[in-house]
Design a protein around this ligand. Structure first.
Ligand code: KG4
Ligand code: ZN
Length: 365
């Protein structure tokens, strides 16, 4: 019997409905046979954030279609996959439930085993899908909903070295864009304006750098940006383009500095393990930011570690990462039954307490 495994993955924990098929045989690179992501941006646009009920309904409508499309693109029938992996938390509970129910239906109908996957484990194990890297490695998750450093030592061995105590960086970028009158998602818009601006013009705070450890805070930055904007508006009678660009550049510089310094500290802890091939990998939409990426790259180089950023389509929410994490778990023997539950909160690191934030995209684990 061949050791090759083919897994169907489902993801619906936030505002993307996704299905993917991943295949892997030991000793070979993994293959993403199909990866379908149906976004919901336009459904939530007018509300200024993800509306959980709308998201859940859209997932229910789109999941079957996404699965059909993924199997179609992979040229496979459900009978040809080895198992069905599904995000069973953490996330917006209505969406997670929709995915779990769909996967249970598929599993009951086809007789294929069911594997529940932690969404954060999906992100954290992505560098193994894309680059086949070995444990242990350091992971920085930076998106609209997540922000944490994870020491990844095994499939189910995660140590959280620190994370945000309030907003996630992507959320901060989105709020900053709103304050600057720029469109959503805020990250790319703020980055574009920042290109033209002076990062040294406004001295924004670098929160928590004066405290030891790897925890971060981004909500104060947003308040500082609001104050600086109001000051400019009061002085000029409106927000001039040049001022806006300088505000964006200074804001981005502050986020990059905080992430870089905290990464330096996380790398120090990681390097104490003497990893044979040291790697710091990133995931999440914020990893697309070139200033932040450059800052992280130089911190990694100074520490003697490789900097790894998977392709953006695999850094942001997708089902290939869920299929992959499910594949690794399935190979290690995990099987779930019809009692698999949907969990709104599910910290990866069971040793440290969950940090409770109130992100626009739901609970942060
Ligand atoms: O990973 P992602 O697609 O979704 C989740 O949050 O799960 O990340 C989206 C976040 C948004 O907040 C967006 O503003 C931010 O990533 N983002 C960026 C950039 N591109 C996307 N932030 C800063 N700079 C960017 N270029
Ligand atoms: Zn995510």
């Amino acid at each position: 019997m061949s050791d090759s495994l083919t897994i169907l993955g489902l993801e619906s924990s936030c505002d993307d409905t996704a299905a993917a098929v991943v295949r892997h045989a030991p000793g070979h690179p993994a293959e993403i046979l199909a990866s379908v992501v149906v976004g919901q941006t336009e459904l939530h646009e007018t509300f200024g954030g993800v509306v959980p009920e709308i998201a859940a309904r859209a997932h229910t409508e789109k999941l079957d279609l996404a699965v059909e499309e993924a199997l179609d693109r992979a040229g496979l029938s459900l009978a040809q996959v080895d198992a069905i992996a599904v995000t069973s938390g953490p996330g917006l509970i209505g969406g997670v439930l929709a995915g779990v129910m769909c996967a249970k239906g598929l599993s009951a109908g086809s007789g294929k085993p069911l594997v529940g996957v932690n969404h954060l484990a999906g992100h954290a194990l992505t560098p193994r899908l894309t680059d086949g890297i070995a444990f242990p490695y350091l992971m920085l998750l930076v998106s609209g909903g997540h922000c944490q450093f994870l020491l990844v030592e095994g499939l189910d061995e995660f140590t959280r070295l620190g994370g945000t105590i309030d907003d996630a960086p992507g959320e901060a970028f989105d709020k900053a864009a709103k304050l600057m009158g720029l469109p959503q998602p805020g990250g790319p818009a703020v980055e574009e304006a920042a290109h033209r601006g002076d990062p040294a013009r406004f001295a924004f705070p670098r929160p928590l750098l004066d405290r030891p450890g790897c925890d971060m805070s981004f909500s104060g930055l947003k308040t500082a940006l609001l104050r600086a904007r109001d000051e400019r508006v009061a002085a000029e009678g409106g927000l001039r383009m040049g001022d806006r660009d300088d505000l964006c550049a200074s804001f981005q510089a502050a986020v990059a500095d905080v992430l870089a310094e905290k990464s330096r500290r996380a790398l120090k802890t990681y390097m104490e393990l003497s990893p044979p091939s040291p790697v710091i990998a990133v995931a999440g939409g914020v990893a697309a930011n070139m200033t932040i990426r450059a800052a992280l790259e130089s911190v990694a180089a100074a520490a003697g570690a490789e900097f790894l950023a998977p392709p953006l389509s695999l850094c942001t929410d997708n089902a290939a990462m869920i299929a992959w994490a499910g594949l690794e778990a399935f190979r290690a023997g995990q099987r779930d039954g019809m009692d698999l539950s949907a969990r709104p909160r599910w910290p990866l690191d069971r040793k440290s307490p969950a940090l409770l934030g109130s992100g626009k995209k739901g609970a942060k684990a």
